[in-house]
Design a protein around this ligand. Sequence first.
Ligand SMILES: Nc1ncnc2c1ncn2[C@@H]1O[C@H](COP(=O)(O)OP(=O)(O)OP(=O)(O)O)[C@@H](O)[C@H]1O
Length: 685
Amino acid sequence: MSQTDENYYENRNSLFQKNESEKFKQDANAVKRGRSRLFEITFYKKGYMFASAILSIISVAASFIPYILLYLILKEILPHLSDPGSIDASLLMMYIVYIIAAVIITLVTMFGALMCSHLAAFQTLYHLKIEFASKLASLPLGYFNQNATGKLRKVMDDNIESIELFIAHHFPDLVGSFAAPVILVLLLLYFDWRVGFVCLIPIALAYVIQAVSFGGKNKVMFLKTYQDALEDMNSSAVEYVRGISVIKIFNQTVYSFKKFHTSIMNYTEFCIKYTYMCRAPMTAFVTILNNISFFIIPIGIWWVTRTTDYTAFALTFIFYLIFSASVVSPFMKLMYVSNKGDVILDGIGRMDETFNTPSVREPVSPADPKAVAGRSIRFANVSFSYTEDNEHKALSDVSFKAEEGQITALVGRSGSGKSTIAHLIPRFWDVDSGAVYVGDTDIRDLKTDDLMDMVSFVFQDVFLFKQSVKDNILVGKQNAADEEVYAAARAAQCDDFIRKLPNGYDTIVDSKGIHLSGGERQRIAIARAILKDSPVIVLDEATAFADPENEYKIQEAFKELVKEKTVIMIAHRLPTIRTAHQIIVMDEGKIAESGTHDALIQKNGVYKKMWEAYDSTLSWRISQNSDLKSDSRNSNDSNGSDDSNGSDDSKNSNDSNGSKNSNDVRKNIPKNVQKTDVSAQGGAV
Ligand SMILES: Nc1ncnc2c1ncn2[C@@H]1O[C@H](COP(=O)(O)OP(=O)(O)OP(=O)(O)O)[C@@H](O)[C@H]1O
């Protein structure tokens, strides 16, 4: 494995290691909110941030020096206007050198402040994102039911990244914006307190307008509504893209896909309303700040009619006219940072909602996985409900034992609780009552990582990361050698097709032009599980949608995977579980019956009915095919086509003309088989 690979896996490992980098997780007894939380996060890299703050203050202070020097230059020039030769040129030169030096100091220190804040920001962002992803991995699956992917994506991408923006840019600006007004006010009052006071009036007026228009609860409410609307639009957009195939098939558009359309309209409506609301006060704020001279000029006119010392008047008046223009920038920045700060604070609140959600509970003194006796799985009086009110129980008092080294199959109609059983084994959810045991140990007494090492899961809906095929298999065992990966792929019947991909094992899944079929994806998932080599395997309807060739290969792969393992298997097709050591038949969250295939057939109960329904479906399919064949032959005959290619042609025309032919099919089905078809759908296994 190359050095780069090793680094990659170290990084990826840390995603899943709890307690290792929980620097942003809040102590339950001292949960911070709002500004104190923002500054807690901002000062994660204290050294850099203090350096940034100090440099920023120096930069702001230095930026006012040219104005003072300008005053001194005017003071030197104005009294000597009638005799320019008497101006001390060397003094003026010195002032100009000082001005250049001040400008350089301003720029260099601001650059230093931004460098420090950026270094801090990138490191903070890295750790925050890692910890957030790690937190997501530690949450129970139920959390993702209630929180749409789009919402979590927004928190991860927008809200957390806005913290980076705050630390990198807004923080130095904020420090500068607080320092600047203080220095400004002092300078304004220092040179002539009366004119200075006049300059402060418009500044105060602008801030009163701001505070009245946007301050207090109003602003908080508005921000919340804005973020909610944005979040809603994000979630709907993700749902829209994910469901694009359904939207296309049913000829929906962005207008008729109501949820997305409504969320866009709500957002737009809110933005327009907000813009209208901001229009007047913002215009007033900006206009007043940009026109402080408007307040100074009347004072100047009044003063000039009353003074005799025109030089002193001109010096003060010109200085204040120039200096008042510099007031705009720091005050505008302060307003901008304070507005942005509120958006960021709201984002932090949303991020903390996730951080403060309890993770899957870890035992205080966990059991030693090596000391666990046996690898059987036992459900003891397990009840479970997805809803907190416990209204609808997905499982009620379920007890069974899946013996070590044996295959236990779960069957039952849709919604009977099979997947729920499968999901409780790796603790995707915790039981409401009763317990699940691996060997003699309650799974809640094991550390989640240890439990995960014991269980492999092959989902029906295989998720492959947009990484190389090899990396996708390596998810099963991150430090496996290449040879182990190839061996697992061979055992999972996927080595052949992987090697035919453009870059073999290094081909990026779902990259341009690379598409893997459902069956191929499933075999990669099985290769993962084979590589993981855990003693307990949970298979969730893994062959449900495979074509015959793929199903054969998947079955071959399964044979390798399940050797000497405790297997719990949910299967759609009854023949695949015929040889299972134990079959558990679920009905409405309860075990209806259990036993071997022969014993259950003998029992003449629900399981036997399922077989009868299954047989009828088979005979229905056979009669449907033969009827269609004879139909097509007849129609080909009547069209005078060649007999030898008739059946294939008719198959194609059936495919492209579904509705018409489905009516034909119905006509050809005997009445008793039509009935069986309906019941077979209800009792899918
Ligand atoms: N994430 C969930 N949130 C809320 N209710 C759920 C959730 N998953 C399943 N249920 C409910 O729990 C019950 C059992 O569902 P489960 O998925 O275990 O059935 P199943 O037998 O596996 O069905 P299928 O064969 O269709 O996959 C059903 O009533 C279902 O509606």
